[in-house]
Design a protein around this ligand. Sequence first.
Ligand SMILES: O=C(O)CCC(=O)C(=O)O
Ligand SMILES: [Fe+2]
Length: 333
Amino acid sequence: MELSRSPIIDFSHLHSPNPETRAKAIDQIATACRTFGFFNVINHGISDETIRDAVDANRRFEEAPPEVKEALKSGDVYQPVRFGTVLDSRGGHGSGCGTFVRDFLKLYSFPLEDWIEFWPSYPTDYRSKMGKYSKETRNLSISLLKPMLESLHITDPSPLLHKVTSEGMQMMAVNHYHTGLQQQLSNSAAQIGIPPHTDHTLITVLLQTSPGLHVLDPTDGNWKEAVAPSEIIQGGAQNTLQVLVGDQLEVLSNGRYRGAVHRVSQCSPDNCSRISVASLLSFGMDEVVEPAAVMDGDELLKPLYKGRSLRDLINHLASGEKLPFIETLRIMG
Ligand SMILES: O=C(O)CCC(=O)C(=O)O
Ligand SMILES: [Fe+2]
């Protein structure tokens, strides 16, 4: 089943000289973020070639000699660059939980020059191809964040944006779902995929080599295919990217935008092997993220979330705690 009214945002409208076109695009973004925490983006300015190169670099990395992958292997969540086959059983987001397996490559990517030397050196053009994609998706994320903050009527968004652009974290997370994983599994109950979760980001820009991303539709509580192929063809897009609201934006918006609960639970013969590249934009590691000041008439809206940093989240994950991090932040009543 496809997401009802799967939202498609034409990024070029945000730069339209016509203020009405721009205002309408911002309104569409705000509606999508409030309703699903998710939208597709077309005409985003990232060329087909850059996208093809990013996919190609990761496809070839899959075929890297075992020692290349071995050198990057780590189960330590604090490592800035690591590769591994992950058994993931995060729970707490309603139906569809269980144990899921995937190959995973995490790359810290901002400032790029600080991290790129730790990235895979196989294939030889991995760093240049993924470096380009990483920079362009970071710019896209920031360009999307601006109208998002604008539509939230945050009292003073400039310092927030400055913090993100100067000190914000960016990570690339490459996921590879393939049938080879099934053979490695001693846990036969595990499925290929990623369990229901929200991202811990401000926003995530996602590239998929084939459909597979499911989003929980809050309007009826059912899982839906995030990308409605029929609508994307109508949009005339070549390389549609997906944008997900993460926990930090949910907190910053005091719950007016919702973090998208999403999963990948299929690896059918025709979509295996599937690769996704998530470009994850967050505040800096030690920045305490809390609801931004918003006036309701003369009064400040009451904060509904506790302030926490990305480091707090990583400590939460490392502790083995199964409760989703966002649920530890919500202030009840
Ligand atoms: O593979 C996908 O489409 C989703 C990946 C994802 O949710 C993530 O990396 O956080
Ligand atoms: Fe995700």
